[in-house]
Design a protein around this ligand. Structure first.
Ligand SMILES: Cc1ncc(COP(=O)(O)O)c(C=O)c1O
Length: 400
């Protein structure tokens, strides 16, 4: 059942036994925190990959309501989906290939990143086709070794951009780059990339096309290094309340609130004898006669199989039970496609239908997405972005 102020997307079966509850108020509050930290720089909320799994459009709207003035996505299709949903904020898409729907992007008023000469040519053609200037952000390779215009191409690209700006075909809205090691602020590459970025800005100025906005900082750089803020910051993970620097500070220490809670209702509680193998491969065996609970979420839903519990180590955490009886247990045995098993212990009081939380904001000591990332040997980005499409998303706090 949906209560007022709530929406459900994905599988709409009200009996679906799991859901991701997304607190839009947490997204607004995280943005407010980032706006405060960025002190003067504009905030572009990065909502690619379906809003890091939280839902593209609801996340975008919540971020704008919280004070972001820009949205950023990787794929052109994500930008067009935002426009189709009526989101008319300033919007940048950066994973543009020469065959991207550039004319549609220009027509929709989407800013387009240019990271290669073929894309630059294609954007100029698209602007001509639409008879309106394309707003471009030139991405420069400052050391990430990924996308971005190389320094040997830069003089030529800048000369071409300057000519097109004079002709009214392009506007150089931004000059930007992306950091390789922002989660390790003392890493020498951070300083080296900043110097290389400053040099690219100087080259653009000398070519007669100073960018309106310079941007370099993701969440980690926004939260740890004011000298990387420039005119605009591009946080993604922090918008959703997770720490981009878990080795340095937790989400709570950074003043962030995780926006997603993943929960399920126990499908079955049953007793197994001592020494009974659990789940595929029998990687876990019961130490005593015990009760096990079946949780109806598996790797098809994004529960990482690397967080299986058994001979390779303890599994991912789940919070079972209510109030004072609540406890955090570990997944027993392999994560299956649709389900995982929890060893509840011989005296368990839980029953089928009881709620278990895989991760949430951790305020009650329960597990967080970061805990799952640790259990799976990955990063929290992967935990939320991999949430399966069949898991219904329920939105709280829409009535800001
Ligand atoms: C170009 C670019 N900018 C910003 C971000 C946001 O990064 P984060 O989620 O670490 O804040 C990303 C995400 O990977 C990105 O690819």
């Amino acid at each position: 059942m949906t209560a007022p102020g709530e929406t459900i997307t994905g599988v709409t079966d009200p009996y679906y036994p799991a859901q991701a509850v997304v607190d839009l108020a947490a997204i607004r509050s995280n943005i407010a925190r980032l706006v405060d930290t960025a002190a003067g720089a504009a905030v572009m909320a990065v909502v690619k990959a379906d809003g890091y799994g939280h839902g593209l459009v609801p996340s975008a709207r919540a971020a704008l309501a919280g004070g972001a003035t820009w949205l950023g996505v990787a794929q052109p299709a994500e930008a067009l989906a935002l426009r189709a949903a009526g989101v008319d904020a300033r919007l940048l898409t950066w994973l543009t290939a020469p065959d991207a729907p550039l004319a549609d992007l220009v027509a929709a008023g989407v800013d387009v990143s240019v990271a290669s000469l073929p894309v630059l040519d294609a954007v100029v053609r698209a602007a001509g086709e639409r008879g309106r200037p394309a707003r471009v952000h030139l991405e420069v390779e400052t050391g990430l070794g990924r996308n971005g215009m190389s320094y040997d191409e830069l003089p030529w690209a800048l000369a071409r951009i300057a000519a097109q700006v004079r002709e009214g075909a392009l506007e150089l809205e931004g000059l930007w780059s992306h950091l390789a090691c922002a989660d390790d602020p003392a890493h020498p590459s951070v300083r080296a990339q900043r110097d290389a970025f400053d040099e690219a800005v100087r080259l653009a100025e000398r070519a007669g096309c100073p960018p309106r906005l310079r941007h370099l900082a993701n969440s980690a750089a926004t939260l740890t290094e004011p000298r990387l803020h420039y005119d605009l910051v591009r946080p993604g993970l922090a918008v959703f309340g997770l720490s981009p620097v878990p080795a340095i500070a937790s989400a709570a220490e950074l003043g962030l609130r995780p926006a997603m809670r993943l929960e399920a209702r126990l499908a079955t509680v049953k007793t197994l004898p001592a020494g009974h193998g659990v789940s595929y491969g029998h990687a876990y065996a019961t130490a005593q006669r015990t009760k096990v609970g079946i949780v109806p979420l598996g790797y098809a839903d994004g529960v990482p199989r690397h967080a299986s519990g058994g001979d390779a180590g303890p599994g991912g955490p789940v919070r079972v039970g209510e109030g004072a009886r609540a406890r955090t247990l570990r997944i027993a045995g392999r994560v299956c496609m649709d389900q995982v098993v929890v060893d509840l212990g011989p005296d368990a009081l839980e029953q089928a239908g009881d709620t278990v939380v895989l991760f949430g904001d951790g305020h009650d000591g329960g597990p967080t997405a970061q805990d799952w990332a640790d259990a799976a040997g990955t990063i929290s980005y992967e935990i939320t972005t991999r949430l399966g499409s069949r898991v219904p998303r329920r939105y709280l706090g829409e009535d800001a």
